[in-house]
Ligand binder design. Structure first.
Ligand code: BGC
Length: 541
């Protein structure tokens, strides 16, 4: 392993090592575009709850049941139909994410996302065409598979193409898009719910196509991930992709250095592992072992769900009604707006304070809010003070989630896996998000419904406890990855424990002289063949 030069980066002061080119606005925008995929995720999870509450939809998809209070003109769907329509999406996304983990290694990251948009569009067509639960459910299942492709592989793609100094911020942009998707869904539902024709549900459903179209066509203009090309031994294509992303000529020193590092790291890792599904579970419990990393990624997404955030987004409206609040719909919109407005804070803090700090303090912030809601709501249930406390601390709670765990859980899973198993590791972690999303969505009504657990505000004791576990999880298991290239993260995991990781400073490179010579020859030839793109900088500062 080469030690040709020591990168002088000090990640705690935010200085960047010399390996990567300076981040240009164009490069930033190119990498950030993929974040748009979050809209698909957010909009799709969000639009169905409003549609299910629409009167025309109840008449069209329901069956006669005059005893149900929620029925419209005596029409409503059975409970199992309602829960199937809602949860079948998570079922599709779970399997979609897992399958995409293999596909992204076969056909590439970018192509997998584009394929995801295609699959998603077929699902949307079925939903729009449906007039009964029989067609709606397969439509949601197929759309879910597409969302699974997109949600897993966008994180992978963004983490692999982003410059390391802004990788956290760029991946946080994905979470920001999720929150916008959720907000757009409630606005569209709000706009069409009064219609007494099929437009009431077909408009919100058709709008899903717009997001898929923008994402799918936009991605055609972006390069494939250079790390995928390295994996495929296509160093020429990797150099070209890097030069587009970094806005540098293909034979510039920046591109040569970065590519040499990617190639050398991949060669080094392939000496110790292969890239099958089985390899994801090898390597034991050492901090750099694959098994440990996969468990970390899956647990990270599980814990993100156990913060209890979707209790507010999926059941907030009905919960606020249950505890006697009249303006429950408005409160739900407010929580969605707080979610959108707080997420951009993380663009800065995730790079400045780091992933660990955000996760630890974010969970502490959430648990304090949750215990306050639970205690006040239990001591003085239904009082004005308890209701005010519920609204105010729910907003603080969403603020803490949106500015910490929301984005950071995605950032971390994009960073912790070595290239040979990265696609599968991210896919497994994303599948875990959807699995727990589904499980929590299914069990929550049993905790709060009046004919079931009827916990009312006491349910926040449960979320407060799970958030306390999140603090321990972040403190003991999550390493600090800010300011490092993905290759440096590998080295850091080999040499530190989570608690000492933030002190680690890059001290040598993977690239040896042979790799550097290989890359030098190839990029010089490409430069001479006039394949260079980007700006006129040809040498490193
Ligand atoms: C979570 C979703 C949640 C959303 C809220 C995402 O990071 O994975 O389950 O609904 O954030 O903004």
């Amino acid at each position: 392993m080469g030690k040709s030069w020591a990168p002088s980066s000090n990640r705690n002061t935010g200085e960047v090592s010399r390996v990567e080119a300076p981040v240009t606005l164009r490069g930033y925008l190119l990498c950030a575009f993929a974040a748009f995929g979050g809209i698909l995720f957010g909009y799709d999870s969000g639009y169905i709850s409003g549609v299910l509450a629409m009167n025309y939809f109840k008449m069209q998809f329901g069956s006669p049941n005059s005893t149900d209070d929620n029925a419209y003109n005596g029409y409503i769907y059975a409970t199992w139909q309602k829960s199937l329509i809602t949860s079948i999406l998570s079922c599709g996304t779970f399997f979609g994410a897992l399958f995409a983990g293999s596909l992204a290694d076969w056909i590439g990251r970018r192509s997998t996302i584009i394929a995801g948009c295609g699959v998603f569009s077929v699902g949307v067509a079925l939903q729009v065409a449906s007039t009964s639960v029989g067609l709606l459910v397969p439509g949601r299942l197929i759309a879910g598979i597409g969302v699974g492709f997109v949600s897993a592989i966008i994180i992978l793609y963004m983490s692999e193409v982003a410059p390391k100094a802004v990788r956290g911020a760029i991946v946080s942009g994905y979470q920001f898009s999720i929150t916008i998707g959720l907000l757009l869904a409630s606005c569209v539902d709000q706009g069409t719910h009064g219609r007494m024709d099929s437009g009431s549900y077909r408009i919100p459903m058709s709008i899903q196509w717009v997001w898929a179209l923008i994402l799918g066509t936009g991605l055609f203009l972006l390069p494939e991930s250079p790390r995928y090309w390295v994996k495929e031994d296509r160093y020429d294509k990797a150099a070209y992709a890097l030069s587009v992303l970094r806005g540098q000529p293909v034979d510039s020193q920046y591109i040569k250095d970065e590519l040499a590092e990617l190639v050398a790291n991949y060669r080094y890792e392939m000496e110790n592992m292969q890239s099958s599904w089985l390899d994801c579970f090898r390597g034991g419990w050492a901090p750099s072992g694959n098994l440990r990393r996969v468990c970390l990624g899956m647990a990270m997404q599980m814990m993100q769900q156990w913060t209890g955030v979707n209790f507010i987004f999926y059941y907030g409206t009905t919960f606020f009604q249950q505890v006697g609040m009249k303006n429950s719909f408005t409160i739900s919109i407010i929580t969605t707006v707080v979610n959108v407005a707080s997420t951009p804070i993380s663009f800065w803090t995730v790079e400045k304070l780091g992933r660990r700090t955000l996760l630890i303090y974010g969970a502490i912030g959430m648990l304090v809010c949750e215990f306050i809601i639970a205690i006040v709501g239990t001591v003085d249930p239904g009082s004005q003070a308890a209701n005010l406390c519920l609204i105010v601390f729910t907003c603080f709670y969403i603020f803490f989630f949106a500015s910490t765990w929301g984005p950071t859980a995605w950032v971390v899973i994009g960073e912790i896996f070595p290239l040979p198993i990265r696609a599968k590791g991210v896919a497994l972690s994303t599948a875990s998000n959807w699995l727990w999303n589904f499980v929590i969505g299914e069990i929550t009504p049993y905790m709060v419904d009046s004919d079931q657990g009827d916990l009312k505000c006491k349910v926040f004791f449960v979320w407060g406890t799970t958030c306390t576990l999140c603090v321990f999880f972040a403190y003991f298991f999550v390493p600090e990855t800010k300011g490092l290239s993905l290759e440096q993260v590998d080295r850091m995991l080999e040499e530190t424990t989570p608690r000492t990781s933030s002190m680690w400073i890059p001290h040598d490179t993977f690239a040896d002289q042979t790799t550097r010579d290989d890359v030098e020859k190839m990029t010089n030839k490409m430069g001479a063949d006039n394949l260079e793109v980007g700006t006129t900088h040809t040498t490193q500062a």
